[in-house]
Design a protein around this ligand. Structure first.
Ligand SMILES: [Zn+2]
Ligand SMILES: [Zn+2]
Length: 330
């Protein structure tokens, strides 16, 4: 009798995810078959489902995977059956392009992304390239650890792009910001949180995690920012953040997709302000961030959903109803 796995599959953008059963896949050379114990729901999953970004179809979304190794193909080093592992967004790189050869595999010309161009973790099982998997710090449970794999990790890359900025504005206080705020405050930074107007619960949540100030986008913060990180997929926040950033400051766009950025007067960019985006992650980012997460007093706030309720989890994220991160449990 063939063993089966369960998955929530996207057949076409705009459709709800559909529960499917498939034969359990065999891991190829360098790959591991992993039994999923938790998978976070990221805004990028929403962009995949809504068709804002286009990858492989049909696809099983999900790239914040925590699970245990069930079987391994040939040539897997560093893991053993039973090990707890994390599978991130970066699923594979070519290893030979100019970006891979210069320490910027996040920009690889021929990559695979988990839950976008290879099947992801909205499933009971997933096959992953072992070279892109990470061990998970012990102090987190499976559900607690899931949001670290993208919200935490790519958020960390965005925080690093903010340089040595001391006062940083976070625009959008969702899964990524709630993790990064705790890390940044622990490292002596001052974090100012900008939420959707009227989201007083989100602002209270931000203050409870150590943010020195929380208000609505459109509010004037008390004093200038050294940098801003935009987590929300809203292009109008770019000129707004620029206005609040001091001379020489940076505005970092942390998402994979954003609505159009409205025109703004050049004087808001003048003064050596910069705007940049953060794309994907390198394995070095993952190792560095997870080592920090093992030490820093980071607690992730999560809402659990059953795997079959993935569409409800996506809807809650779209409507801004979640505090912290949604996590699917098969
Ligand atoms: Zn490459
Ligand atoms: Zn993500």
């Amino acid at each position: 009798m063939t063993e089966l796995m369960k998955a929530m599959q996207l057949d076409a953008p705009g459709n709800p995810l559909r529960p499917v059963e498939r034969a359990l896949p065999e891991p190829g050379a360098g790959e591991m078959l992993i039994r999923v114990s938790a998978c976070g729901v990221c805004r990028t999953d929403l962009h995949v489902v809504d068709g804002d970004i286009r990858g492989k179809l049909p696809i099983v979304p999900g790239h914040e995977i925590v699970g245990r190794v069930v079987a391994m193909g040939e040539k897997v080093a560093g893991f053993a059956p039973g090990d707890r592992v994390g599978v991130p967004w970066l699923g594979h790189t070519c290893g030979i392009c100019a970006y891979c050869c210069s320490g910027r595999e996040n920009l690889c010309d021929d990559p695979l992304f988990t839950g976008f161009t290879r099947d992801g973790g909205f499933a009971s099982h997933v096959v992953a390239d072992a070279a892109y998997c990470f061990p998970i710090p012990e102090r987190f449970s499976d559900v607690e650890a899931a949001p670290l794999l993208c919200a935490g990790l790519i958020g960390y890359r965005a925080l690093r792009m903010a340089g040595d900025a001391r006062r940083i504005g976070f625009y959008g206080f969702g899964a990524a910001a709630h993790i990064l705020a705790q890390l940044a405050v622990w490292r002596g930074r001052e974090i100012l949180a900008f939420t959707r107007p009227g989201d007083s619960e989100g602002q209270a949540f931000a203050r409870s995690l150590g943010c020195m100030w929380a208000g609505a986008s459109g509010d004037s913060p008390p004093g200038e920012l050294d940098a801003a990180i935009i987590f929300a997929p809203v292009g109008a926040l770019v000129p707004e953040a620029l206005r609040n950033v001091r001379k020489g400051g940076r505005v970092v766009c942390a998402g994979i997709h954003m609505s159009d950025i409205p025109a703004f007067p050049y004087e808001h960019l003048w003064g050596e302000r910069t705007i940049l985006s953060v794309a994907n992650l390198t394995r070095a980012d993952g190792v560095e961030f997870l080592a920090l997460a093992a030490q820093a007093p980071i607690a992730t706030t999560t809402t659990r959903f059953a795997l079959e309720d993935a569409n409800e989890a996506l809807a809650a994220l779209r409507e801004g109803k979640l505090e912290g991160a949604a996590v699917l449990v098969p």
